[in-house]
Design a protein around this ligand. Structure first.
Ligand SMILES: Cc1cc2nc3c(=O)[nH]c(=O)nc-3n(C[C@H](O)[C@H](O)[C@H](O)COP(=O)(O)OP(=O)(O)OC[C@H]3O[C@@H](n4cnc5c(N)ncnc54)[C@H](O)[C@@H]3O)c2cc1C
Length: 391
């Protein structure tokens, strides 16, 4: 039994949850990416996994957005811990305060990523911040269904393919389920991340305490990868220079299916879509404080609209256009592209043990110019705002 073409498998893991005889397991197959494997002794050939698989679903319905906004959390501390404008944590708080549960991605003890279901605001810090590694879904779809069937509300946050998977798994709309899909550039390999951490920690001799992959130090669009070690040492490098982040950004370390991602457009599966608002320009005084992070919030359904209204007093926001949303967010326009020859050469070098820094140098070069461009962008924004303010 083949569930879907392996090139199209997103690794969402939902086939594991929908198998009633527990015959499917996600196993690391190549380069740190997980694929479903079927135990033929247990499989009863019911075809449920194949029928529900999002990769086989061709009926993607377009959602016309009800509203598109630039927004950020008024709470400075929460905003600085978040990747963009800190909108996710606000939405999550509202659900948790009303006795609901939130599913999102946390680091596990070995700094791999996993979906977890939390029920208290105290645990929310585990989900804050983007972890740019593919998450293990760990039967989260089943846990969510059980929670909903027990009458509790749930907020789920994940990549678009995981949102699509959850909708197909449930097979019907639950009024108490709220879906947040992130705009997603793609999910990098767990093995690349492991090798990178191994190199940064001197083969594991320094114990890692905390990792922040988009540390706003000092600014959102000038962020750092920061790794804190138990011995009080720290590694910190601009995301535009850090080798793991650069390989993620350019696309070399991403899963094969991400290169043909069917979600890299405005047809969304979440009630609300969250992203970085890279094309943002401040056009009023209250917006001039954008350097701590701006979220692009796309409200796709009436449920999403209700949720957005609930947080509206806690955020600074302004309606924006589809054109502006699309302008600087490539992941809303098309999947990443790197020629097959280059990708194959990259993985061959990876297979012979080439270090992550060497891979970055060989395949992407050192991007010296980007920090300068960021300064130019900032000066341009300030000039534009000063001129506009005096009009
Ligand atoms: C793999 C990945 C790729 C992304 N690519 C883009 C992009 O190309 N363009 C863009 O504009 N935005 C992208 N984002 C989204 C962006 O980084 C922010 O997550 C988003 O704007 C929400 O930010 P926030 O400040 O509201 O909340 P934050 O506190 O930063 O929220 C983080 C949210 O991300 C979820 N999350 C964290 N890690 C993962 C993971 N590995 N898999 C699934 N969910 C995860 C958490 O559960 C939480 O809901 C990506 C995110 C991820 C995880």
């Amino acid at each position: 039994m083949i569930i879907c073409e392996s090139e199209k498998c997103t690794g969402c893991g939902m086939c594991v949850d929908c198998c009633i005889v527990c015959a499917i397991e996600m196993k690391k197959v190549e380069h740190g990416f997980y694929y479903p494997t079927i135990d033929s002794e247990k499989c009863i050939d019911c075809g449920q996994c194949k029928r529900k698989c999002p990769a086989n679903d061709t009926s993607i319905k377009g959602q016309k957005q009800l509203g598109i906004y630039s927004a950020w959390n008024k709470n400075k501390a929460k905003r600085s811990k978040a990747t963009s404008g800190g909108i996710f944590s606000l939405l999550a708080e509202k659900i948790l305060e009303n006795d609901g549960l939130v599913a999102g991605v946390a680091w596990d003890d070995s700094f791999h990523t996993e979906h977890v279901l939390i029920n208290s605001v105290d645990e929310l810090c585990r989900l804050n911040g983007s972890k740019y590694v593919q998450s293990h879904t760990n039967l989260i779809y089943r846990q969510i269904k059980n929670t909903l069937d027990n009458g509790k509300s749930v907020l789920f946050s994940g990549t678009p393919c995981q949102n699509h998977a959850l909708r197909l798994f449930l097979g019907k709309d639950y009024t108490d389920l709220y879906l947040i899909d992130l705009v997603c550039h793609g999910v990098p390999s767990e093995d690349i991340f492991d090798r990178y951490l191994n190199e940064r920690s001197n083969n594991g001799s320094k114990i890692i305490k905390q990792i922040r992959l988009r540390h706003k130090k000092p600014y959102w669009d000038w962020s750092y990868v920061t790794i804190d070690f138990e011995n009080s040492e720290s590694y910190s490098e601009l995301t535009t220079d850090d080798s793991y982040f650069t390989l993620f950004n350019v696309g070399y370390s991403l899963r094969k299916s991400c290169s043909q991602c069917k979600y890299a457009n405005m047809k969304r599966f979440g009630d609300i879509t969250l992203a970085d608002f890279w094309g943002f320009t401040a056009n009023s005084f209250k917006q001039s404080n954008y350097l701590r992070g701006v979220s692009l919030v796309m409200v796709n359904t009436y449920k999403g609209q209700k949720l957005f209204q609930i947080i509206s007093n806690d955020i600074i926001y302004e309606e924006t256009s589809e054109k502006k949303a699309l302008k600087s967010n490539k992941s809303l326009q098309e999947p990443y592209f790197i020629s097959e020859d280059k990708i194959n050469a990259f993985w061959s070098d990876y297979d012979i043990g080439t270090s992550i820094d060497e891979l970055r140098d060989k395949y992407t070069g050192k991007p010296f110019t980007i920090p300068k461009l960021l300064w130019l962008r900032r000066v341009k924004h300030m000039y534009w705002w000063l001129v506009k303010r005096n009009e």
